[in-house]
Design a protein around this ligand. Structure first.
Ligand SMILES: *Cc1c(COP(=O)(O)O)cnc(C)c1O
Length: 409
């Protein structure tokens, strides 16, 4: 189907359009899932190959010094810091979001005296709750859940940490960091913010909002590759006192002094645990550099334009077939994806994939479509809207059973 001229004109005047050539994407696929796994930047393959052949293959273990591998987590962290309003020494790239939640929650507990409560939203991404629950099983925390909208008001004199996602993984709703951290401070508690769905997608300023700790994901909008290192942010005001549960040798002030006792490295680097995965760090660096160059403010602006185009182009079909928008209708109130509710959401997501539009499904009834603007055109979004319309009109999603649901949806 040929795009109308007004859509073509949007692409022709799009100053971010040249970024598309910087990504590897299969022909014929409209990729609306960059919120789950970003595609590879075009430079990632050669950059990893260069690290293997020219550094690892040539200088072997001497590469830790000669190619400054030992500082890679700080180097990547400093670049991520620019995207989230932090100082370089406040951010380090390390481990997974899950492991970093354990580190940051335990860091809060190390600063909170008798307070043990972790307050968490009842619709939070599951791993965030699992990690808090694990701390509770070991007697180190008590976990209380409250609706996301009431989280700020729910903090009490027992609360150590309010743990929440800046952008909700399901609805894309943005939480106000300032409001949350003010509420935490009034109750004498701290914030641990999960930036997985906001880093590289929307503007973030953790220090303007006086966030205490944050974690975030490297493989979504940062395009760092499957299982890319995640990151930790720790506000500098906590650096002199904070401790955490995974304090391993790479977070030591002098790992190669091989001292029996732990002496933490200054700054966020103490959140390193074991040896950093250098090949993965190199891939993440490539992804973060591309996003930092593009500028998050401009990316978010285009993302809003793309999702608004999609909504207006599918409005009639969505209303006729009961595909209900779960995301905020105000584009300023949401991150870079849209969520829709439908009893047959899984069937719709499968029929869309068969039609060349790759989004995802989140149990039990949520269709998620991501509008990562670094590699999507207005033309693709218009085409995706036509395909959703035709999937809904044909009704073939009704016959796609859940039997063929894979382990990963
Ligand atoms: C993607 C995501 C994670 C991922 O955690 P990993 O441990 O890195 O797999 C965690 N929390 C949220 C909110 C996410 O969106």
């Amino acid at each position: 189907m040929i795009c109308p001229d007004w859509v073509t004109a949007l692409d022709e005047s799009d100053t971010l359009a040249p970024l598309r050539a910087g990504f590897v994407l299969p022909a014929g696929c409209i990729y609306l899932n960059g919120n789950s796994l970003g595609p590879p930047p075009a430079g990632t393959g050669s950059r990893i190959a260069g690290c293997v052949m020219d550094e690892w293959g040539r200088d072997l273990v001497a590469s830790w010094n000669r190619h400054n591998w030992i500082r890679k987590p700080d180097q990547v962290g400093a670049l991520i810091a620019q995207l989230i309003g932090a100082s370089p020494e406040e951010v380090v790239a390390t481990c997974s979001v899950s492991a970093n939640l354990l580190k940051t929650l335990s860091a809060v507990l190390s600063l909170s005296g008798a307070r043990k409560e972790v307050l968490i939203s009842d619709d939070e991404f599951p791993t965030d709750g699992y990690i808090a629950d694990a701390l509770a099983r070991f007697g180190m925390a008590q976990v209380r859940r409250a609706p996301r909208a009431q989280l700020a008001a729910a903090a009490t004199g027992d609360t150590a940490a309010i743990l929440f996602s800046h952008v909700n993984y399901r609805t894309a709703e943005i939480a106000n960091l300032r409001t949350m951290s003010d509420a935490a401070r009034r109750a004498g508690a701290m914030t641990v913010v999960d930036l997985s769905h906001s880093t590289g997608a929307i503007p973030v300023d953790v220090n303007a909002a006086e966030v205490d700790f944050a974690v975030g994901c490297g493989y979504k909008y940062l395009n760092g590759g499957p299982g890319a290192p995640a990151f930790v942010f720790a506000a500098s005001r906590h650096h002199h006192r904070m401790d955490h549960l995974l304090a391993g040798w790479m977070g030591h002030s002098e790992p190669f002094a091989f001292e029996a006792g732990y002496r933490p490295h200054p700054g966020a680097r103490r959140f390193l645990s074991g040896t950093p995965p250098i090949l993965a760090m190199v891939a993440l660096l490539e992804g973060v550099e591309r996003i930092a160059e593009a500028g998050v403010e401009r990316l978010w602006q285009k993302s809003r334009a793309l999702s608004e185009l999609f909504l207006s182009e599918t409005r009639t079909a969505r209303e006729r077939h009961g595909l209900e928008l779960l995301s905020p209708t105000d584009p300023m109130a949401r991150g870079s994806h849209l969520a829709f509710r439908h009893d047959r959401a899984f069937g719709i997501s499968q029929a869309l994939i068969a039609a060349g539009v790759m989004g995802d499904f989140r149990a039990p009834d949520c269709l998620r479509l991501g509008f990562a603007p670094a590699y999507l055109s207005y033309g693709e979004i218009w085409t995706a809207a036509r395909r959703l319309e035709s999937v809904l009109e044909r009704g073939d999603y009704l016959s796609s059973g859940d039997a063929d649901r894979g382990v990963v949806t």
